[in-house]
Design a protein around this ligand. Structure first.
Ligand SMILES: Cc1cc2nc3c(=O)[nH]c(=O)nc-3n(C[C@H](O)[C@H](O)[C@H](O)COP(=O)(O)OP(=O)(O)OC[C@H]3O[C@@H](n4cnc5c(N)ncnc54)[C@H](O)[C@@H]3O)c2cc1C
Ligand code: SF4
Length: 499
């Protein structure tokens, strides 16, 4: 066992961990020793190949196929230097005030969160793409929404030098997406922070971290040699994401004192919906995500966004086998796609647990309300597809594989509520939130509004697990804003902490 000592150790290098590392890195000038321990690899530029299955294996936990306990939802989250920001699409929204009010966290102020969010919009080069960079897949969605009178907005995105290769979710091969691996982590390293990749944290006991470094088949070698490590620190910031942060704390034996630990997990259960046009769309060229429609968020509980996925992911989103899916997939260049996000409630029953070996298990069920929202979202999407000129639409809960444009007046009948069956409809999720929710009391929350874990001095959380309920929009900017606050709290507490 190799022993190491730092002043501050950050676990995880994604939206939360990368932000904390950069924010605290100025302290290195005063001799403060800071390390980031990240279990994923740091890929070399030439290892971003854009090949779907290869990149999924390199950049995601379990190749992007982590399943919930009942196997009804697939969870996608990144495992790399930069975490999920390496594979995110980079759409950059700030938390709506109405959502913030539902969060109702004592000591958290909306104006403060918004100010910090704006700071990261500037730092990550967030802007609207000009009209000539919007591809047909996106344009048709906006046109369809407008024809139906639905509110549609353009997404700000955080790219610099985007070449429109459409590969964002496989790691940008052009270095154009401004994730923490491009912005915050390099700055932190320049300022003196040590980033240790291929380093998995097992548990934390008395401000000492047990971790192991392994050799990976891809990426740069880790800063530390393979082996077991015991790392002590005055302050430990856990930012391993909404599945792994609760798991690390549960493995560390904190579940008894913190009954809310792991609970209130939400994930915006998502559907990838597909329609075929008579003419080529070639939606896989260009930035994949330019518009969203939140017309139905309040009343029906779902958001619609544009998207464009790769052959394997698209195939897994279809309900059925045989000739019809084959016909659809062989016309990839004619496909239009919509991503649905259900705005799921935060329930104590939906939670991250650990199994006997200490591995995370996500016990999550889709409520009846969420299932109904997802069916309504399929009906609404079908209307948008047809209003944009699609000739046939596939709805996974539909009575038949294709709904033809001539049947557009029978959409509600052809997509019935009882057509949504677990196992038939492929539900996925990329916005994992909650599990260490902020709040005033240890009875129903895990940290205070500055990410300090209740009852444990020097231990902080700084990632999406802090969310008390879902974000109801794409979350990464809000995660960075919260992590910025946590960094401020660490700076304030550090002079009073000892090893
Ligand atoms: C495909 C995809 C597309 C997305 N698109 C968008 C988008 O367009 N806009 C948006 O706002 N959001 C998007 N998101 C969501 C966004 O990326 C995440 O919400 C955000 O990155 C989560 O930040 P985090 O810090 O909580 O976790 P992460 O960014 O996932 O970082 C956690 C890090 O901790 C590491 N880690 C985990 N366990 C351990 C351990 N035991 N020891 C050491 N390290 C560990 C992981 O490897 C990872 O690097 C997308 C997500 C995905 C997967
Ligand atoms: S679309 Fe732009 S940001 Fe996305 S992978 Fe291609 S170049 Fe990178």
């Amino acid at each position: 066992m190799v022993r190491k000592e730092f002043d501050i150790v950050i676990v995880g290098s994604g939206a939360g961990g990368g932000t904390v590392a950069k924010e605290l890195s100025a302290l290195c000038r005063d001799g403060v020793r800071i390390a980031v321990l990240e279990c994923g690899p740091r890929l070399r530029e030439e290892e971003y190949t854009g090949r779907e299955v290869e990149m999924a294996d390199r950049l995601y936990f379990d190749g992007g196929g982590v399943l919930t306990r009942d196997r009804s939802v697939t969870l996608a989250f990144g495992r790399a230097y930069g975490g999920s920001t390496v594979v995110y699409t980079g759409t950059s929204l700030t938390l709506p005030r109405r959502t913030f009010e539902r969060w109702d966290v004592a000591g958290l102020d909306y104006d403060d969160l918004e100010r910090r969010s704006r700071k990261y919009c500037v730092e990550n080069n967030v802007h609207l793409l000009p009209p000539d960079r919007i591809n047909d897949n996106n344009r048709l969605f906006a046109e369809g929404c407008r024809r139906l009178g639905y509110r549609v907005e353009q997404f700000p995105v955080n790219v610099k030098g985007c070449e429109g290769s459409g590969l964002c979710n496989l790691g940008c091969p052009n270095g154009a997406k401004m994730g923490t691996h491009r912005v915050q982590l390099p700055e932190a390293e320049r300022n003196g922070v040590t980033v240790v990749t291929n380093c998995t944290v097992d548990r934390i006991e008395n401000r000492t971290i047990r971790a192991s470094v392994t050799e990976e088949s891809v990426g740069h070698p880790s800063a530390w040699a393979p082996g077991e490590y015991s790392v002590s620190a005055k302050a430990i910031v856990v930012a391993a994401g909404a599945v792994n942060t609760p798991a690390v704390l549960l493995r560390s034996g904190m579940g008894r004192a913190l009954p809310a630990l792991g609970r209130y997990f939400t994930c915006h259960p998502a559907l990838i919906l597909v329609a075929r046009h008579a003419r080529p769309i070639a939606g896989y060229f260009g930035h994949p995500k330019s518009y969203y429609c939140d017309e139905f968020a309040e009343a029906e509980g779902f958001l619609l966004e544009t998207c464009m996925y790769f052959p394997f992911t698209t195939a897994k989103s279809l309900a059925g086998f045989g000739e019809e899916p084959r016909a659809l997939l062989s016309a990839m260049d004619h496909l239009q796609m919509i991503l649905v996000l259900a705005l799921d409630p935060a329930r104590p029953e939906n939670r991250v647990m650990i199994d006997r070996e200490g591995r995370p298990v996500v016990d999550y069920s889709l409520t009846e309300d969420v299932r109904r929202s997802l069916v309504k979202s399929m009906r609404t999407s079908a209307r948008i597809f047809f209003a944009g000129g699609a000739e046939r639409v596939h709805a996974p809960a539909g009575r038949k594989f294709f709904i033809e444009s001539t049947e557009a007046d029978r959409i509600d009948e052809l997509i019935p509520f009882d057509g949504f069956r677990t196992g038939k409809v492929s539900v996925s999720s990329a916005h994992l939130m909650g599990g260490c929710r902020m709040g005033a009391r240890s009875a129903d929350s895990v940290t205070d509004a500055w990410g300090r874990v209740h009852g444990t001095r020097g231990l902080f959380v700084a990632d999406a697990s802090l969310f008390p309920r879902s974000a109801e929009i794409n979350p990464y900017i809000t995660i960075m804003a919260l992590a910025d606050r946590v960094a401020e709290g660490v700076r304030a507490d550090l002079p009073h902490l000892t090893h």
